[in-house]
Design a protein around this ligand. Structure first.
Ligand SMILES: Nc1ncnc2c1ncn2[C@@H]1O[C@H](COP(=O)(O)OP(=O)(O)OP(=O)(O)O)[C@@H](O)[C@H]1O
Ligand SMILES: [K+]
Ligand SMILES: [Mg+2]
Length: 685
């Protein structure tokens, strides 16, 4: 992954791509690009004609046939090069990923306990469901979920990021990836994928482009291109028939040679876009990859470009995500210290970052410390469904959780909610904080203020999205008041509060039923159902295995604002394809008017009026057109790889903008280009 940009443009890659462009001349390979295959067939025919002309007399000059053949071959090779070059960059990355796929030994446990015995087996023998021990300085033997313990993990083999990260049981950061290195502590991992199907394997095959399948859009466009090609074959055959007929009836002129017909056909067929189409798709994935994002299908990238609604979770996406306890606010007769003590008790076994921050605050404010918990302590872990956590000790219940969850809980147990609680909860919520109500048995002791900070620059990003006509919706498990405050500060269009996993799923479905394309980002197991349903599902690499499996795009940096970059790249991919298709087709139409008059002038002298370009030598005119047609491909390849420039604006405006630039540009370019080549060639011939 740590492939430098300069490596990607190295002479080595250039050389390999060149070799591969010749290898791709094999018709078996070229069949995947039918337009180019037809050009290759044309090249073979003109080359055979050239050989024939060496021995037999012909009514067209041999230099013409020779040069046309050469430039037709160039056309195919230029097209192959564009594809080979875009692929080779992915291959270079795949190589560096493969290096990290060395043979790893796994410590397979008999049962999920640190005291359990283990046997050492090769990681390739591990199966889904196996339990392994990973100790300090061990490589994680496969993809899995931490089910016990916490460790510092160096994931640079996969993410290229050398700063170690915490992977721990219980939270939204429980997934570990095979090939990464544990640098301190031990964890017990449940393996979640069979050999050959790991994340690294999937990534390698994606970046290699080996398993790249055409997306439905690409297939549709290709059908159009093939149809256009057939139309032009038809036009050219007709031209032949027409010329034969007119010569027979008028008695002058010469029949149009096969070389001219093939040259005409290649100029008119949609060769430019056919040549660049594969490169555009691969380059889109590559651009994502450079942002450290892996798309698991080409379709996901395209869908990202068509997104209408973006669903983002609040914590960690819109806010920084380290919700930290900043204050204990007592309720009723209780003291601040009492509140801190109960909050601490309820958090001692809470593995979430929120829980840990409460322990830290209690220690800092009151010097309350981690105590040895009695052995009969029962842990009630936090879940997105209950929105509570705590412990039971000796029939006493210590809890903390969202105000509505705690209220329900107290009422169910026959208690009552104090009146002044609501006010404190409101106060914290209005400031954008998350209130956690602390209880001891049925008694409300106080409220913890968890503060989270809005990410900088997020408002501007949402503003950009709005300009593109994309609606942003924040979904959060938090209460409506906190949600409203953060939503207003961040400038999202809408929000859904107190969302449980099934609410998130329902929201995705609702938007889809309105015919909208939905993107979503998430990291938790509670996000997995909605991610699986969304058209574009971006999971954080740090997220849970469930989220990573439900997603079709993985962000290796786990930075949720990436979704915005992903939409940008998807849009740019669609734009680039649209722009180059427009350019290519208008270019072909323009060539029609440049070449046809020149080509048939000997048969129909009256067409001279149409020969506006004044290309008096028809052979030179046609050769110029063939050369122009070929060199447009390498000229546009950098644009296909880099993507066209664009500004965020509504789809309709973009369409008009594009038609103007690329449509008009495509119409004008051949007139100028062919004339210039013609003038240059005239100096020699
Ligand atoms: N450790 C915890 N113990 C008890 N309650 C918690 C804990 N963490 C969060 N909560 C409560 O549960 C609610 C839901 O939290 P969760 O992090 O699952 O939300 P979410 O649906 O993932 O949305 P988001 O991540 O956008 O806030 C929080 O708003 C908070 O009230
Ligand atoms: K063409
Ligand atoms: Mg969450």
């Amino acid at each position: 992954m740590s492939v430098k940009k300069s490596d990607l443009y190295s002479p080595e890659i250039f050389k390999t791509s060149l070799i591969n462009s010749f290898k791709k001349l094999n018709p078996k390979e070229l069949i995947s690009n039918p337009v180019m295959l037809s050009v290759e067939i044309g090249s073979i025919l003109t080359t055979l004609e050239f050989i024939r002309q060496i021995f037999f007399k012909s009514n067209i000059p041999i230099w013409f046939t020779g040069w046309v053949s050469i430039w037709l071959w160039f056309t195919v090779i230029f097209s192959n090069f564009a594809e080979a070059f875009s692929e080779s960059r992915g291959k270079a990355r795949a190589e560096s990923l493969k290096k990290s796929k060395t043979q790893i030994m796994a410590k397979k446990l008999e049962n999920a306990s640190f005291d359990s015995r283990y046997i050492t087996i090769p990681s390739t023998d591990l199966k889904k469901g196996d339990i392994v021990l990973v100790e300090q300085d061990d490589l994680v033997p496969g993809d899995g979920e931490v089910i016990s313990g916490a460790a510092l993990v160096n994931e640079s083999a996969v993410t290229g990021e050398s700063a170690p990260v915490v992977r721990e049981a219980g939270g939204d950061r429980s997934a570990v990836t095979g090939g990464t290195l544990v640098i301190s502590n031990s964890i017990i991992v449940k393996i979640t994928s069979n050999p050959g199907e790991t994340f690294l394997d999937r990534m390698i095959s994606m970046v290699e482009g080996a398993k790249r399948r055409k997306t439905p859009n690409e297939v549709a466009l290709e059908v159009l291109l093939i149809a256009l090609t057939l139309v032009f074959i038809f036009v050219v055959i007709n031209l032949k028939a027409l010329s034969t007929y007119s010569i027979n009836s008028s008695g002058h002129g010469s029949p149009i040679s096969i070389v001219i017909l093939i040259a005409l056909f290649v100029c008119l067929a949609p060769t430019t876009i056919a040549a660049l189409l594969p490169a555009i798709g691969i380059a889109g994935m590559d651009r994502l990859f450079r942002k450290n994002v892996v798309a698991l299908s080409g379709k996901a990238v395209e869908a990202a470009g068509d997104v209408n609604v973006l669903l983002l979770d609040k914590t960690g996406t819109i806010t920084l995500g380290n919700r930290q306890a900043v204050d204990f606010i007592p309720i009723g007769k209780h003291t601040k210290e009492e509140c801190a003590r109960i909050a601490l008790m309820s958090s001692l076994t809470d593995e979430t970052p929120e829980g840990r921050s409460i322990v830290v605050l209690a220690k800092n404010q009151y010097n309350l410390r981690f105590q040895e918990l009695p052995s009969n302590t029962e842990t009630i872990p936090f879940s997105a469904k209950t929105r509570m956590s705590g412990v039971n000790i000796d029939s006493h219940r210590y809890r903390k959780g969202s105000a509505d969850a705690i209220s329900d809980y107290i009422l169910q147990n026959g208690g009552s909610v104090p009146e002044d609680m609501e006010e404190v909860v409101m106060e914290i919520s209005k400031s954008g904080g998350t209130p956690l109500v602390v209880t001891y048995d049925n008694e409300v002791i106080g409220v913890i203020n968890l503060k989270d900070i809005l990410k900088t620059g997020i408002k501007e990003r949402f503003e950009q999205l709005r300009k593109m006509g994309i609606k942003t919706v924040m979904i959060t498990g938090d209460n409506p008041l906190t949600a409203a405050t953060i939503a207003a500060e961040a400038g999202v269009d809408d929000f859904l509060a107190q969302a449980k996993p099934e609410d998130k799923l329902r929201l995705v479905k609702e938007y889809q039923q309105q015919g909208l394309m939905v993107a979503m980002t998430g990291d938790g197991t509670n996000d997995a159902p909605a991610l699986a349903q969304a058209d574009v599902a971006v999971a954080m690499n740090t997220g849970t295995q469930a989220a990573r499996e439900a997603a079709n795009i993985i962000d290796l940096d786990s930075s949720p604002t990436k979704l915005l970059d992903i939409v940008d790249i998807g849009k740019q991919l669609l734009m680039t394809r649209g722009a180059l298709t427009t350019f290519s087709i208008s270019n072909d139409i323009a060539k029609y008017f440049v070449i046809i008059p020149a080509a048939v002038i000997s048969i129909y002298p009256q067409l001279n009026a149409l020969n506006i370009m004044q290309l008096s030598n028809p052979y030179l005119a046609i050769l110029s057109a063939v050369i122009f047609n070929a060199i447009v491909i390498p000229l546009l390849t950098p644009l296909a790889l880099k993507g066209v420039w664009y500004r965020p604006m509504k789809a309709e405006n973009l369409l008009i903008f594009n038609l103007l630039i690329y449509g008009l540009g495509g119409l004008i370019a051949p007139f100028i280009g062919i004339k210039l080549i013609y003038l240059a060639l005239s100096l020699f011939i």
